[in-house]
Design a protein. Structure first.
Length: 79
């Protein structure tokens, strides 16, 4: 709980700036030039790129958290 003061502003900043990010410019323009039902797919491309970029950080962060918890509790196995 003591790190919430540091993490929360960073999280708000990252989420606030993510609205300005977009997918591959060529893909976005090619899809936007299509008929209206296909043109809405550009939002799907945008979100898929954001999720693909965020997944490695999520997995590494979760792994680091689990290791830190194990060290703190002393429950890591001896090698």
């Amino acid at each position: 709980m003591r790190h919430v003061g540091r993490v929360l502003p960073v999280l708000v900043l990252v989420l606030g700036l993510s609205a300005n990010l977009s997918a591959c410019p060529n893909c976005k323009e090619a899809v936007a030039a299509q008929p209206s039902e296909v043109a809405n797919m550009k939002n799907g491309y945008n979100w898929s790129v954001l999720f693909m970029m965020g997944m490695p950080f999520t997995l590494l962060g979760t792994g680091a958290l689990m290791i830190a918890r194990g060290v703190k509790r002393g429950t890591l196995p001896e090698f």
